[in-house]
Each structure stands twice: as C-alpha cells, then as structure tokens.
Design a protein around this ligand. Structure first.
Ligand code: IMP
Length: 467
C-alpha cells in the first residue's frame, strides 16, 4: 500500500536556542524531507554526534541522514555567500548534497546592502547583523519607487546579468546614503561566483513539496528563532523579522496545510535569550541584560574566555541572582552558536510556555537540558525555581502582555519545587529519573496542557529519554 504523505513541525517555544537541531537530528530517520520555512543565516542549529559538532545556519538539520531531502522554503531569506560556504563545510564531512539540497526559487535573497543596513540600524534590537530584517522589509516593500528591492532566486536564474546590476545599484544607493566605504565591485563579483555554486540546488518548481508529499513523502518542518521571536506574536519589537509560528510552516515551507499531522514543541528546562527585550524570568534582570548585550562579537568571545575561569559552584550558590545566571550559563554552555554572545539566562517561565503551546496547538512537548536542573540543588533557596505567574503594576495576570513596555514591567511570581542532586546524563528511562524531576515534568504537562514525549539529558544524540 502506498504510504500517505504528511507533515510535522518542530518549533522552539521560547526565545530560540532550545535545542531544536538535536531534536531534528533524533527524529530525522522517520522523514523523507526536512524543511526550513523561515529565517536565514541568523539561525544557529548545532548538531553534536559521533562525527563531531556542526553548526548549521541555513541548511536544514537532517544532513546526517542521506535519505532526507533538505529543503529551504520560500519563507526563508537566502544569503548566497554564506550558503555556498555552508555547503562546502557539510561536503567536507563527506556528505554529498548534490541530489539532496533544494532551495525554493521563490525565496528572497539577502543583498549586500541589507547587511550594511542591519549593522547600522539593528543595534537597538540586538540583531545578529546578518541583514535579515532589511531583507524581509524589502520583501514587503517590493519596489522602492522604480527600484526593485525584493530579489528572489528565480529572478537571478531568469536574468542573471540584469539582476546583478540591480543588486549593485541597491548597494550603491545605501553606500552613498550612509557614506560607507565598500568595494562594490568586489562584493558583486564574489556574489556572482558563489551564486554559480548554489545554482544547481535551486528548485524552480513551486509545487515541488506538493508533488513529493502527494507521492507519500513525510515532511519535518524545522522552525528557526522560536515563538517569542515571531514578528507579530513574539515580544515585539525585540523579535526577528520572520513568522516563526506553526502556521507559518505551510506558507514558508511551500506545502498545503491539509497535510498537517502534528506539532512538536521544544522548550529548555532553564531558559535563555539573546538580544534585547523583556525576559521576566531572567536571573539578574536588567543587570544581566546589559552585561550580556554590551559585548560586540569580539568582546563576546573574550567574555566567554573570562567566564570560563570562574568557579561555577561559587557562582551558583551566590545570594546575588546575577551570578547564579553567570554560573548556569557556564554550566550549560549558553553562548551564541552564530555570534558567541553570552546568552541571558532565566528560570522556566510557565506563563510564557502556556502561551506558546496554546498559540501553536502544540501536540507534543520535548524538554531539553534537563541534566542542568540538578545545579539548582546548590542555589540558596534549594529548589527548582519556576515562574508560576506574572504581576503587572501590582495586579496578578496570567497572560503575556503584548505591549513591549508592559512586558518589561512584568514581575515574575516565582515558586520553588523540590530539587535533586543526581547526575542524570546517563539515564535513559523516565522511571529511573529522580522523583523530584518526574514531578517537575508532570507540572509542566499540567500547565501547558501538552504531553511531554522526550527529555534531553545531554548534548549527544543518545542523551535523550523517549517517553
Ligand atoms: P535578527 O534575527 O538577526 O534580526 O535578530 C533579531 C533578534 O532575534 C535578536 O534579539 C537576535 O538575538 C534574535 N535571534 C535571531 N536568531 C536567533 C536564533 O537563532 N536564536 C536566538 N535568538 C535569535
């Protein structure tokens, strides 16, 4: 009997970096297509297995499973230069992408002027300076007067000479406007060369995904940047510029929603956030936000080296929550995969998690980094802290405020659950986990209304408990 095609979605439910890539890496054997539907090179998806550790940015995380097609959907913005480099890195792992990688020709490209604009204008959001915001803005803008600003891969395929002259002109306009020193010719030449490298992967059939699924292919959509960074539903304006929620998988992933089967949400046991923006559960509050954000990329690497010399135990048992956050960051290696920036660290926020699971109709929940939770046995209150509710201007609320200032003013209501001291990184069955952790998982299920189906207990592929 012919297999029936369908699609599942893996989505980050917090502020990014929940460990989606390792979940995809675990699930990939059950699918024929792994597809990205949003974002671009701003994503940092790290896979660690016996072959080493690979940080992917644009290529979907199914690389180690040769039966999978890796699809980059029209909802993504493609950085041609970086994609060509990434293809080379993956190829160096002995993986042949020739017949596997497909890039929707409807995807827009990140042009050199987008990157320049993001460097100049993205600071107050704390963007990764990959030009993502300006590229999506130009996608919506379409034409700027008579100047074509949204360029799709299909346009380059159709008339390369003309489109590269448009890209060059767009770069010149911004170069002049901001009086920038840029070697325009060099930029364009390099881009042309790299385009030749990615051209064989461009899929010109807009119904490619439909055709495959009609023939029985099972698709796993890989969300990037997570729910709280969605351009509309997230903590606006401190968000990315793409649609990151489950519904966007079908528009950005080029498939009819009639094939949807289930949504798998990934949340981290101890939360993190990169970039500016409200984060009510943050250890050390504003101090932590400013400390983590004041670093440029070079300084960020330096901060990481400095923090590596601290004594984790002393930090975690400090009465000052800022230092508790630093300790947890070092312990769980929470530094940006793309930028090495120290990530802001927070307690698990159940108000936010409930918002994300309900909004996306999450069917199954996977909680990653559960192994780090035993660190809480060393903190002063000796318990696993969770954010059980919010107070806004003295009133208890049970929702995530949409107004940015209000979200910033939220005070978390923190409660403590019983902690555990055991190292769980070698445990592979739920029954063998400490009672306190099992209770914690049950509480998450009750609050979110979702069944927890998997727990990450370490970064390696096998450090995973399936429930
Ligand atoms: P942009 O996506 O580079 O425009 O950045 C907008 C915001 O989203 C910034 O706060 C970034 O730190 C954040 N962001 C973008 N991509 C990721 C990601 O993959 N993980 C976590 N945060 C991200």
């Amino acid at each position: 009997m012919k297999q029936k095609g369908y699609a599942d979605i893996v989505l980050g439910l917090q502020f990014g970096d929940e460990g989606k890539a390792r979940v995809i890496d675990n699930l990939a054997p059950n699918y024929e297509i792994i597809a990205r539907f949003n974002g671009g090179s701003n994503a940092g998806h790290t896979i660690t297995n016996e072959k080493g550790s690979v940080a992917l940015h644009q290529i979907p995380s199914g690389i180690f499973y040769p039966q999978t097609t890796l699809y980059i959907g029209s909802g993504c913005v493609v950085n041609i230069n970086k994609l060509a480099e990434e293809i080379k890195i993956v190829t160096n792992y002995g993986l042949d992408l020739t017949a596997r990688l497909k890039i929707s020709s409807q995807a827009s490209i990140v042009q050199p002027h987008h990157i320049l604009l993001d460097e100049i204008l993205g600071k107050s959001v704390g963007t990764l300076k990959h030009g993502i915001g300006p590229a999506y803005a130009d996608r919506a803008m379409r034409m700027y007067g008579d100047r074509l600003v949204n360029i799709r891969l299909a346009d380059i395929m159709d008339n390369q000479k003309h489109i590269f002259s448009v890209i060059e002109n767009n770069l010149n306009v911004i170069r002049k406007q901001y009086k920038l020193k840029v070697s325009v010719e060099k930029e364009i030449e390099s881009m042309k060369k790299r385009f030749a490298q990615i051209k064989p992967y461009v899929e010109i059939d807009p119904l490619y995904m439909q055709r495959r699924v009609e023939k029985g292919a099972r698709v796993l959509f890989e969300g990037a940047q997570s729910v709280m960074l969605d351009v509309v539903k997230g903590s606006v304006p401190y968000v990315t510029s793409s649609a990151t929620i489950a519904a966007a998988a079908y528009t950005g992933g080029d498939l009819s929603p009639k094939y949807h089967r289930k949504t798998i949400g990934v949340a981290k046991a101890i939360m993190s956030r990169v970039g500016y923006g409200p984060f009510p559960s943050e250890f050390g509050g504003k101090q932590s936000e400013e400390y983590c954000m004041e670093t440029s990329d070079d300084k960020a690497r330096h901060t990481k080296d400095v923090e590596a010399k601290y004594k984790i135990k002393e930090l975690i048992s400090s009465p000052d929550h800022f230092y508790v956050g630093v300790g947890l960051r070092i312990l769980s290696g929470e530094y940006g995969a793309t930028s090495a920036r120290p990530r802001r660290i927070g307690r698990l926020d159940l108000v936010q998690l409930r918002y994300a699971t309900k909004l996306n109709g999450v069917d199954e929940l996977i909680i990653t980094k559960c192994d780090v939770l035993n660190a809480y046995s060393k903190i002063k209150n000796d318990g696993i802290p969770i954010v059980a509710g919010y107070k806004l201007d003295g009133k208890t609320i049970d929702y995530v405020p949409a107004a940015s200032d209000a979200f910033y003013r939220v005070k978390p209501i923190i409660s403590y659950e019983k902690s555990f001291t055991e190292d769980i990184s070698e445990i592979r069955s739920f029954d063998k986990l400490p009672t306190a952790l099992r209770k914690h998982i049950k509480l998450i299920e009750k609050t979110s209304g979702c069944k927890v189906v998997g727990l990450g207990v370490g970064p390696k592929r096998e450090q995973y408990i399936s429930l």
